[in-house]
Design a protein around this ligand. Structure first.
Ligand SMILES: Nc1ncnc2c1ncn2[C@@H]1O[C@H](COP(=O)(O)OP(=O)(O)OP(=O)(O)O)[C@@H](O)[C@H]1O
Length: 456
């Protein structure tokens, strides 16, 4: 082999190793500078074939330069001529240039006549396979336009950094498949249903919430009918905890009473909710964590009927009226089926925040996500057991996303609950209206000043 060949081989090997190292150590810049331009070119160049294969083309009459058989000549040879003529041609939707995103790319298409975004959503899996990407999501920013968002690799495989929450009642609990933050904001969406089979990641999500809310000036209340095993470790930061049905009835009575007294305060002050009250009158917001919702509704014998009816009505009242009076629900459960009674169905209607982890029965997925896109249901049922914490979430923009919660161990959540135990107002103070109140300015200072126990 000549020196020139050896040199060429050396340069190629060094380039390949450099590219590999670049990709390995700084994937984002590698993706933007090297991989994305090549991908964009190939997507654009192959769009006609891909659209045809995925059934997204339409026949249109076009003048096309085609071959036409001529007459059979005297020698028996068929003369073929080329000429322009109107023929039916497969036309693809017009595609703009793909744009890079953090985890892939997105591209805008103009729909053809008669096409709707649903046609593209139906073909999403075929598109993902044709382009060799992890997933393709479809959205439509305006009539006649469809945006395809391709994620090259699953961004939810590793989700590790837990940011500190810096706004009242707002916690960043994980990451969306788009790479954006998954935020639970009780002031925007007041009540949540968190469903999932066993070991799907429901309790982990509650841990993230406890860790995020513990440093905030909010009261946390727990209902844990698993005998208290899930929420008892967080008791130092909880203002009240019910672990039996009888305790739940009493605690719910207190909550309804609290809501009624806050109603009276708002009525007297002429405001519609506690947030419009002057700073010095605004009561502490309360976040109610319910673990194993179904246990509140399950009847072992008829003697429990009255208790269940009371629990169901009180919980529904809190869900219906709580938002305006600073009482928010976060209900977790393995099964949230209509067989648990009409109370659950009514509660579900009030909980606009929907989180569906991996589920075993289609009914729970339907109960949790039912009125979203049917594709969300299919996606929830396809969550593999190897990725606990992955869920389908209904977002504030009206769309649904795959998301994964940050991993927060029970020990970390327990540590936060103990570190901020002094921020838990006593239940008596809270229901008598004497709990600590804070002005917006004080609150901002307070949130800035709190140390992060995880950095300790
Ligand atoms: N986001 C996540 N990232 C990594 N691991 C996770 C995540 N969420 C949960 N896990 C792991 O999955 C396992 C089950 O999680 P978790 O206890 O939250 O499930 P669960 O739905 O509450 O189960 P159960 O109903 O049986 O209590 C735990 O071992 C936890 O460490």
């Amino acid at each position: 082999m000549s020196d020139a060949h050896l040199l060429l081989l050396g340069v190629l090997a060094a380039t390949a190793a450099g590219l590999w190292a670049w990709r390995r150590w700084h994937y984002r810049s590698y993706w933007l500078v090297v991989a994305f331009p090549l991908t964009a070119l190939s997507v654009w160049a192959t769009w006609r074939k891909v659209a045809l294969g995925c059934g997204l083309t339409k026949k249109r009459q076009r003048f096309w330069f085609t071959t036409v058989p001529g007459l059979v000549s005297s020698t028996g040879v068929v003369r073929v001529r080329r000429r322009f003529q109107r023929v039916a041609v497969d036309t693809r939707p017009f595609m703009w240039l793909p744009m890079p995103t953090r985890y892939g790319w997105r591209v805008t298409l103009h729909t053809l006549e008669g096409q709707i975004p649903g046609d593209f959503a139906d073909a999403a899996e075929r598109l993902a396979h044709s382009w060799g990407v992890h997933a393709v999501r479809v959205s439509s920013p305006r009539p006649g336009r469809v945006v395809l968002c391709a994620t090259v690799r699953d961004p939810l495989v590793r989700v590790d950094t837990v940011p500190t929450s810096a706004e009242l009642l707002k916690v960043t609990v994980g990451r969306l498949e788009t790479g954006g933050p998954w935020v639970i904001d009780f002031r925007t969406v007041p009540h949540y249903l968190n469903a999932g089979a066993t070991q799907s990641g429901k309790s982990n999500l509650a841990n993230v919430l406890v860790q995020g809310l513990a440093p905030q000036p909010v009261a946390l209340v727990g209902f844990d009918l698993k005998g208290g095993v899930e929420l008892t470790p967080y008791e130092p930061r909880l203002s009240a905890l019910a672990t039996t049905r009888t305790e739940s009835v009493a605690l719910l009575d207190d909550l309804v009473g609290l809501m009624t007294s806050r109603m009276a305060v708002c009525r007297e002050a002429g405001t519609r909710n506690i947030w419009q009250l002057p700073d010095e009158q605004r009561p502490t917001p309360v976040v109610v964590l319910v673990d194993e919702l179904a246990e509140l509704y399950l009847m072992a014998d008829k003697s429990e009927k009255d208790e269940i009816a009371k629990t169901s009505t009180a919980l529904l009242r809190v869900a219906q009226l709580g938002r305006a009076f600073g009482i928010y629900l976060f209900c977790s459960g393995q099964r949230i089926g209509s067989d648990l009674g009409p109370g659950v169905t009514a509660l579900r209607a009030q909980c606009s925040g929907r989180i569906c982890h991996r589920v075993n029965d289609p009914e729970t997925a339907t109960m949790t996500l039912g009125d979203l896109d049917p594709a969300a249901l299919a996606s929830a049922r396809a969550i593999p057991a190897e990725t606990p914490g992955v869920a389908i979430v209904a977002s504030q923009d009206g769309q649904w996303y795959r998301a994964r919660s940050f991993y927060v161990s029970e020990q970390a959540a327990e540590h936060a609950a103990t570190a901020y135990a002094d921020l838990a107002p006593s239940w008596e103070d809270l229901i008598s209206g004497h709990a600590v109140r804070m002005s917006d300015a004080d609150l901002a200072d307070f949130l800035d000043s709190i140390p992060d126990p995880r950095k300790a």
